[in-house]
Design a protein around this ligand. Structure first.
Ligand SMILES: Cc1cc2nc3c(=O)[nH]c(=O)nc-3n(C[C@H](O)[C@H](O)[C@H](O)COP(=O)(O)O)c2cc1C
Length: 185
């Protein structure tokens, strides 16, 4: 599969004023240093996936809605996924759960990385996401980077500078993508 592998970097936050895109871009830069795949950033805000318009359960693979079929094709087209998500009230955002729950077989056996952020790195939502990822049979790499957001960024809206603020986490992000490369190559 090697260098042609397509890797989707799925952002967990759809909130206005979110820091997720800045963090995802920073992660993409580090990823490209470790593993030369074709990366695509996925903004769930661009994917309108209503909660309540599929009559069959996703495990049947019978999708009534065009947007679900498009989402299915997008995930099927990739060889791996990377979740970049904030922690919200110890969990991960509803938009991300909804995007995962829209599909089923598409996730099976796909290598995956979980990267979280929050005041303590988002470790609680990382655990939750790991459990759900295991339910849909994603193949998680063992390293789950947990990026610590400065208190002033969360509480006072100070601008985040990933290069400066996450310097302690470069090694773990590199390691996670090195693991992913081992699985995909
Ligand atoms: C609804 C909500 C719940 C939050 N809960 C937590 C939390 O449990 N732990 C934490 O460290 N930060 C929490 N935060 C702060 C987020 O880490 C911070 O706002 C971060 O910027 C969110 O990512 P985003 O800007 O990409 O959406 C919460 C933020 C929101 C909006």
């Amino acid at each position: 599969m090697g260098l042609n592998a397509s890797v989707l970097v799925i952002m967990g936050s759809t909130r206005s004023g979110r820091v997720c895109p800045m963090i995802a871009e920073w992660i993409l830069r580090l990823a490209r240093e470790r593993a030369d795949f074709h990366y695509e950033l996925i903004d769930l805000a661009d994917w309108r996936l209503p909660l309540d318009d599929e009559p069959a359960i996703p495990a049947t693979g019978r999708y009534a809605q065009e947007h679900t079929r498009a989402w299915s094709e997008k995930i099927n087209s990739a060889q791996a996924v990377v979740f970049v998500t904030p922690q919200y009230n110890w969990g991960y955002p509803a938009a991300l759960k909804n995007a995962i729950d829209h599909l089923h077989r598409e996730w099976r056996d796909k290598p995956a990385v979980i990267i979280t952020y929050g005041g303590h790195g988002g470790t609680k939502c990382s655990e939750q996401l790991k459990q759900v990822a295991e339910a849909v049979k994603l193949r998680l790499v063992s390293i789950r980077p947990a990026l610590v957001l400065p208190e002033a960024v969360i509480r006072e809206g100070l601008a985040l500078d990933p290069h400066r603020d996450f310097s302690d986490h470069v090694a773990s992000v590199h390691s996670a993508f090195a693991e992913l490369a081992d699985v995909l190559n």
